[in-house]
Design a protein around this ligand. Structure first.
Ligand SMILES: Nc1ncnc2c1ncn2[C@@H]1O[C@H](COP(=O)(O)OP(=O)(O)OP(=O)(O)O)[C@@H](O)[C@H]1O
Ligand SMILES: [Mg+2]
Length: 304
């Protein structure tokens, strides 16, 4: 059954959802609310910052719904091309977002299966003439109905004209055009390398209408991520622990200004190390309250 979109007399949008989309909007309250984007906000609220990403998903979703409405009205419709480029430093959330998008696009009925396949150079490039096209094609076949995420995509251009990486790129391009809407291809990598990759392959950029820049996080955003990661694991940082972390992050950001800083992954590592230290501190005591089991103090906070 097709989803249906109509305007009521107050100018509000009514959406009758396809079964699968109900999954995406499983909360009825949201379906009836006047804000069709509320569920997207909820689904992506885990990601601190990333406003451009959230806006892009809303645009894609609105486009699907309005296209269906246009179809019902006998107007021309256009399929969206959703292949994307992700540019961002280490730990800025590229892989995590791509994984999440596969699921969200399945629920929005954009992808028929919504599985996520992560690949890198070695998965695409073969060892002899003809092997690369075959390997790449096999991977694309596996990705049909889902999302293919190629990390460190620029490594495909590493060896220049004679390298088999070039064949992998050509094969990807060919199949993304032949199978326009049956799978989504995301090429990801660090910003400078991705820029260079695109200049080496003119014509490639235009095939990826969606380009997302994953910015480095500010200290405040990193602290918010730390808080969230702790809560997720049913821990909490004391105020003093948070101050100590803030201080450390400010120093790190300065120190690493010209180097790589692994952003949210850096935070995840600190939280995980601190949880182990907290466990060691508690096990030495013989009794502990629920509060003590949850609180990570400045002494537990492990910064190196
Ligand atoms: N905006 C965010 N909010 C909350 N957690 C985040 C955010 N961005 C990243 N993370 C977390 O940080 C960790 C690292 O993210 P991820 O592996 O997706 O980064 P990446 O950009 O793919 O890094 P790399 O380029 O090194 O592969 C994950 O645990 C992820 O959940
Ligand atoms: Mg990654």
């Amino acid at each position: 059954m097709e989803s249906q979109v109509s305007l009521n007399k107050n100018g509000q949008i009514n959406i009758v959802l396809h079964e699968r989309e109900k999954l995406f909007f499983e909360n009825n309250e949201t379906v009836n609310s006047n804000d069709p984007f509320k569920r997207i906000d909820q689904e992506f609220s885990y990601f601190i910052g990333m406003n451009r990403l959230k806006e892009t998903i809303k645009e894609i979703y609105a486009n699907i719904q309005i296209n269906q409405k246009r179809e019902q009205a006998g107007l021309k419709t256009q399929k969206q091309v959703l292949h994307m480029l992700f540019k961002g430093n280490p730990g800025t959330g590229k892989t995590t977002v791509a994984r999440k998008l596969a699921k969200a696009f399945y629920e929005m009925n954009v992808l028929s299966k919504g599985h996520f396949i992560e690949a890198e150079r070695a998965d695409l490039v073969g060892e002899y003439i003809g092997h690369t096209a075959q390997k790449t094609k096999a991977l694309i076949d596996k990705a049909m109905g889902g999302l293919l995420f190629v990390d460190e995509a620029y490594s495909l251009a590493r060896g220049g004209e004679k390298d088999f990486g070039k064949e992998a790129i050509d094969t990807l391009v060919k199949h993304m055009e032949d199978n326009q809407n049956q799978f989504i291809l995301i090429l990801a990598g660090y910003p400078n390398e991705m820029e260079q990759f695109l200049t080496l392959n003119p014509g490639l950029a235009s095939r990826f209408p969606i380009v997302l820049d994953f910015e480095d996080y500010t200290v405040d955003q990193l602290l918010q991520i730390a808080r969230q990661m702790a809560i997720e694991r049913e821990y909490q940082l004391t105020k003093e622990a948070e101050w100590k972390l803030r201080d450390h992050l400010m120093k790190q950001k300065q120190q690493y200004f010209y180097h790589n800083f692994s952003n949210a992954r850096f935070i995840r590592n600190i939280i995980e190390k601190s949880i182990r230290k907290h466990a060691v501190r508690l096990i030495r005591k013989n009794s502990y309250t629920t509060e003590e089991l949850m609180l990570i103090t400045k002494h537990d906070l492990t910064l190196e």
